[in-house]
Ligand binder design. Structure first.
Ligand SMILES: Cc1ncc(COP(=O)(O)O)c(C=O)c1O
Length: 361
């Protein structure tokens, strides 16, 4: 028997990459590996994507972890540097920051004795209103940046969609238009816009770089759909053993707070995974759990190390059997829907104590 583990299917990852390459139509791929590769293990996923064009992360320490692991692919820092003191670290480790505000530009222009100039990405806010320069700041920012000795060559012009997971949303067209208008003002530059949803729904030209995250891991960004609808295969299979089975009489309650009470005699199974492993504490009674090919409902409160499932009156599960919390047999999208969250959150919350078992199959 084992407490929670995640079987990481690297063959599925390669399959998804193939699907993405086809959709990208020969454009370059910036694979998004932030948040520990969406919970799949940063280093091993980066190693598995050995021929990817570049890797995107959100934090400097994620980028350095990759360099320390011997990853030599280009690395893009999606939020750029947080502080001027990080700039020399980026140069030394050949990490490409996204510049998304004027403060970063000023800090970059003031840094001395940088050594090699930095390759940079310049972000424009086309309507998400999170990161990026205003469209009317772009031309002057671009000109200032290309003149800086600290900057290598021309920046890649990057933007991000707010609503690509709703392909018909009118915001998408607006953002695409703003982006096109900005590009028209600038000297010819490399470009990047599409995340997984934009790529899968083909709502935008691929431009020069596509930036898939979720799709790489075999998961759909669209509500009501699963990765399989796009020929994607789930990479993570989150599992744990059944470590206790007991008989419960009608009227007896189960777990902390006695929140669930049996309405008839039944069997329950205790699964060795809890919120300490990243399984969501707010998963309600009825959240699906897969055991031996059958879906059983979660019951009662999720505890730190355990959850309980209702195995029914006729018992066909035995001690030591494996439960799948999500994976190839039970889509994480379905679990997210039951829990009232998105698959991104479930995946990247998988805790460090969950052992990641890689299989190449
Ligand atoms: C700038 C940027 N590009 C691409 C992605 C990848 O998004 P997705 O996982 O939806 O493909 C993200 C993730 O949030 C992002 O922040």
């Amino acid at each position: 028997m084992r407490p929670a583990w995640a079987a990481i299917d690297l063959a599925a990852l390669q399959h998804n990459l193939k699907v993405i390459r086809k959709l990208a139509g020969g454009k370059r791929i910036l694979a998004i590996l932030k948040a520990n590769a969406y919970g799949h293990g940063l280093q091993r996923i980066a190693q598995a994507l050995s021929d990817i064009d570049a890797i995107g992360v959100a934090r400097v320490d994620e980028a350095l972890q990759l360099r320390n692991a011997g990853i030599t692919r280009p690395i893009v820092l999606l939020e750029g540097f947080f502080d001027a003191s990080q700039i020399p670290i980026l140069t030394a480790s050949n990490i490409q920051p996204v510049i998304h505000n004027l403060r970063q530009m000023k800090e970059l222009s003031q840094v001395e004795n940088l050594g090699d100039p930095l390759k940079i990405w310049l972000k424009v806010d086309t309507g998400m209103h999170r990161l990026g320069l205003e469209p009317d700041q772009m031309l002057s920012a671009y000109q200032q940046l290309v003149d800086l000795p600290q900057v290598h060559d021309h920046p890649v012009i990057i933007s991000h969609f707010a609503c690509a997971d709703e392909p018909e949303h009118p915001q998408n067209k607006k953002q695409i238009q703003v982006y096109a208008d900005v590009l028209a003002q600038l000297p010819p530059s490399a470009t990047s816009f599409a995340n997984s949803a934009a790529l899968l729904a083909q709502i935008v030209p691929q431009y020069d770089w596509v930036r898939p995250g979720l799709a790489l891991y075999g998961v759909s960004p669209f509500a009501g759909q699963v990765g399989g609808d796009h020929d994607l295969k789930p990479v993570m299979n989150l599992r744990a053993s059944i470590i206790s089975i007991r008989k419960i009489k009608a009227g007896e309650s189960v777990g902390y707070g006695g929140q669930w009470t049996a309405t008839e005699d039944t069997h329950i199974g205790i699964v060795a995974i809890g919120y300490g492993d990243g399984y969501p504490r707010h998963a309600p009674t009825g959240t699906p759990v897969l055991i031996n090919g059958v879906i059983y409902p979660l019951i009662g409160r999720v505890a730190m190390d355990m959850v309980t499932v209702n195995l029914g009156q006729k018992l066909s599960v035995k001690l030591g059997d494996t439960a799948e919390l999500w994976g190839a047999g039970l889509a994480v999208e379905k679990v997210a829907e039951a829990v009232g969250t998105i698959p991104y959150e479930l995946l990247c919350n998988v805790a460090r104590r969950v052992q990641l078992d890689y299989c190449e199959r």
